[in-house]
Design a binder for this molecule. Structure first.
Ligand SMILES: Nc1ncnc2c1ncn2[C@@H]1O[C@H](COP(=O)(O)OP(=O)(O)O)[C@@H](O)[C@H]1O
Ligand SMILES: [Mg+2]
Length: 361
């Protein structure tokens, strides 16, 4: 049985439906990221798990106990917030031990337990320091230590890195990943940042408008997005979408017309015989397109270069096509300049097709 089980969870605020039919199973020791745009319901879902909000319907089980109607303090969860909220006048040891005092433990027991936790978190040489004398990464570890000392079944994080500058964020991603590895703790981590989710999570739950759009390992979501939302939300720059029409479909071949002159043939994931004449979107990631001579037989579409961004290790080329703007990613030394008239070729094995309902075909 999964360590955390959410069954048919829904949440309404008045007439507003914030979450609809959420089903999710998180395994023991898993790092599970809840990813989606601002307002999609991530924090609400985390707050339901924590017991800070009541569910409207559905149930929550943690470590084989139904906790749906339990108080937050009885759920054996620990929430780590965005602001670490350490007590500035207390030492690292006192900060970590604090919740044990509230739980009525003796001082010697508290400090021994805090020292043990500090060791796991590589804070054992810093026990007498106050938070002001710690780096951002060390403060985060103290905040986690404070949660860890309570031996929770699940750690809940709500965008813990979003206040940090870019450099520290990268550092903290590495910290959190190795912590997760060392502790083998079950973590549910809310973020709107796909890079955080992609780099840290074992599995990502992509949410939009209060619904789960897809659940999967980072690369599975990247390589096989279930719908247009997931396809364009994961990956940066975003997947290009080109409006197309199905000229011909069979079980293993689909031929598309793009605009007035574009033609492209690829293998659909599902039999496509019934799709003839249907409008679809062709999805091409920037790294799965290349610039070719406009007269080359590989050229699917003509394009005109509008902007070239040189990032050193890669080049992003922004093009205008008859079917709209297109972004292509190539090597750092890619030959391209503003105003170039080029052809665009696509890797047919990496292309995606989405039906009129937005679902992958
Ligand atoms: N207490 C509340 N009362 C009314 N609406 C709320 C409340 N909490 C959240 N919402 C609404 O629910 C939606 C999801 O919010 P939230 O879970 O905070 O999103 P996220 O964390 O993904 O940005 C938003 O539209 C938000 O305005
Ligand atoms: Mg939020």
């Amino acid at each position: 049985m999964a360590h955390v089980e959410l069954s048919s969870l829904s949440k309404t605020f008045g007439v507003f439906q914030a979450l609809t039919d959420i089903n999710l199973q998180v395994e023991k020791g898993e790092f599970c990221a809840l990813l989606g745009p601002s307002g999609c319901g991530k924090s609400t879902l985390l707050r339901l798990i924590a017991g800070l909000e009541d569910v409207t319907s559905g149930s929550i089980r943690i470590a084989e106990r139904d906790v749906t109607d339990l108080e937050p303090s009885d759920r054996r969860i620990a929430m780590v917030f965005q602001s670490y909220a350490l007590y500035p006048h207390m030492t690292v040891a006192e900060n970590i031990a604090f919740s044990l005092e509230a739980a009525g433990q003796k001082k010697a027991v508290r400090l021994a337990r805090a020292a043990e936790v500090a060791k796991t978190l590589r804070l054992d040489t810093l026990l007498d320091r106050r938070p002001a004398m710690l780096s951002g990464g060390q403060r985060q570890r103290v905040a986690i230590g404070r949660a860890l000392v309570r031996e929770p079944e699940v750690f809940l994080f709500d965008e813990p890195l979003s206040n940090l500058d870019a450099m520290l964020r990268v550092q903290m991603r590495v910290e959190l990943s190795s912590l997760h590895h060392d502790l083998a703790a079950t973590m549910i981590y809310v973020t709107h940042d796909q890079i955080e989710a992609m780099t840290m999570a074992d599995r990502i739950v992509v949410m939009d408008q209060g619904r789960i759009q897809q659940i999967g390992a980072p690369l599975d979501l990247y390589n096989q997005p279930a719908n247009k939302f997931v396809a364009t939300f994961i990956g940066s720059p975003s997947m290009n979408l080109l409006a197309a029409t199905v000229a011909e479909g069979t079980d293993d071949r689909i031929s598309l017309t793009i605009g007035a002159a574009g033609h492209f043939v690829l293998r659909p994931r599902h039999p496509a015989a019934s799709l003839r004449d249907q409008p679809v979107d062709l999805g091409i990631r920037p790294e799965h397109a290349r610039i070719v001579d406009p007269s080359s037989p590989d050229a699917v579409l003509p394009g005109k270069v509008r902007l070239v961004e040189r990032l050193g290790n890669q080049t992003l080329v922004h093009l205008d096509t008859a079917s709209g703007p297109f972004v292509l990613q190539g090597p750092g030394d890619l030959a391209a300049k503003n105003g170039d008239l080029t052809g665009l070729a696509f890797d047919a094995t990496r292309a995606h097709i989405f039906g009129a309902d937005g679902q992958a075909l």
